[in-house]
Design a protein around this ligand. Structure first.
Ligand code: S3P
Length: 436
């Protein structure tokens, strides 16, 4: 499939619900006693994998005709032994957070995943969860398929995150829920804080202290979670694609409505503005404890920059599409501090460097990032086929690149997009993109 822009992109669209918040809303609802309701849940494959896993461990989860999800939880400590292996598909977030949940329950579980997930490191969650008492047998390199045995009672720990990872932080906090005493996670680099916000919302005793930039998160275990009504905002990581597309296609004017703008997630929009992007927020409001706005974006002449290293974690999933923007900007963009990108759904540094070069961009690959010399607004040559490598964000980034290329940018497999952004193709065509 290839995407083209015969003219400016125009219109107002809404992106699906936030993936991170959707996973957490199902997991915490499944641990509350009684019925929680979730509106705006992302109905993508990753989140459906979480739903299936929570069902397999005893939660009742149904989708109403009004597309609200109803979850009847089992209570903290009430998860049941699943009867079969837990199939996680492509979803690292499901896997790592569920490993946390299971760690403090007397459950033995086997996790399996697709070829992409089976390459991703799990040692980062195995380490703290082992300190709490869980046991693991993994495939070579600490990878899936793996079997774990949770333990009750588990041991509360104080754990300093060696990598800036919201998944690792969340795995420990979720394990702590069914662990007597206080568990502490020390976070030297702030990462997305949806777990903290939502745990508090469900009634867990959780506090965050600041020591300079370091966050010290304390949670008291054996919590009793109260059911909630959750409204999931649109995913800023999904909004990134139509936003960059609109910046790159001259004359475009696009509004993406109802986008979550939690400061631990929204740094891409600041960086695009630093590059000269005409982006503004309208209708700013708060929805379900998260800041939300409509993003209004117009086609813009972008300039290359040195991307800030302090906010890498607050836009970690948005670099692939930012690299596409940089390839069309005037001058050089230097993006560093991105070693974590090598262990996402694909090695996003290598795959973006290779793909951008194939369509005619000037890119130098570094161990921890990319240097890109942009065209100054001139379309890229295009005329290549990109292997998406089971990585939804690679597929969508090159769909956007196609809109700013002379020749077709073919993507071999758009199927992975269904993990996070069902409806992506329809949304882009509604804005005026064409599919070749
Ligand atoms: C996520 C955290 C990030 C992000 C992922 C979702 C989450 O991963 O890349 O898409 O929901 O906690 P890391 O924790 O590995 O940084």
């Amino acid at each position: 499939m290839a995407f083209r822009a015969p003219g400016p992109l125009k219109g107002a669209v809404a992106v699906p619900g936030d993936k991170s918040i959707s996973h957490r809303s199902l997991m915490l609802s499944a641990l509350a006693v009684g019925e929680s309701v979730v509106e705006g849940l992302l109905e993508g494959e990753d989140v459906l994998a979480t739903a299936a896993a929570m069902r397999a461990m005893g939660a009742q989860i149904t989708r109403g005709e009004d597309s609200r999800w109803h979850i009847y939880g089992v209570g903290v400590g009430g998860l049941l032994q699943p009867e079969t292996a837990i199939e996680m598909g492509n979803s690292g977030t499901s896997t790592r957070l569920l490993m946390g949940l299971i760690a403090s329950h007397p459950i033995t579980a086997t996790f399996t995943g697709d070829a992409s997930l089976s390459k991703r490191p799990m040692g980062r969650v195995i380490e703290p969860l082992s300190l709490m008492g869980a046991e693991f047998t993994t495939s070579p390199g600490g990878r899936l398929p793996l079997t774990m045995r949770g333990i009750n009672p588990a041991v509360p720990i104080e754990y300093r995150l060696p990598v800036a990872s919201a998944q690792v932080k969340s795995a420990v906090l979720l394990a702590a829920l069914n662990t007597a005493g206080v568990t502490r996670v020390i976070e030297p680099v702030p990462t997305r804080d949806h777990s903290e916000r939502m745990l508090k919302g469900f009634g867990a005793e959780l506090s965050v202290e600041l020591d300079g930039a370091t966050r010290i998160i304390s949670i008291r275990g054996e919590a009793e979670l109260k059911p909630q009504h959750i409204v999931v905002p649109g995913d800023p990581s999904s909004a990134a694609f139509p936003v960059v597309a609109a910046l790159l296609v001259p004359g475009s004017e696009v509004t993406v409505t109802n986008v979550g703008l939690n400061p631990t997630r929204a740094a891409l929009f600041d960086v695009l503005r630093m590059m000269g992007g005409d982006i503004s927020f309208a209708n700013e409001r708060e929805v379900g404890g998260e800041p939300v706005a409509d993003i209004v974006v117009r086609g813009s002449a972008l300039k290359g920059i040195e991307t800030p290293v302090e906010t890498v974690a607050s836009m970690v999933d948005e670099y692939p599409v930012l690299f596409v923007a940089a390839a069309l900007a005037e001058g050089r963009t230097v993006a560093r501090g991105l070693e974590e990108l090598r262990v996402k759904e694909s090695d996003r540094i290598a795959v973006m460097a290779e793909g951008l070069r194939a369509i005619g961009a000037r890119v130098e690959e570094l161990e921890d990032g990319l240097i890109i010399d942009g065209t100054g607004g001139e379309k890229l040559p295009g005329g290549a086929t990109i292997a998406a490598r089971l990585d939804h964000r690679i597929a969508m980034s090159f769909a956007v690149a196609g809109l700013a290329s002379k020749g077709d940018v073919m993507i071999d497999d758009m199927a992975p997009v269904a993990t996070s952004f069902p409806g992506f193709v329809n949304l882009m065509t509604a804005l005026g993109a064409e599919i070749a």
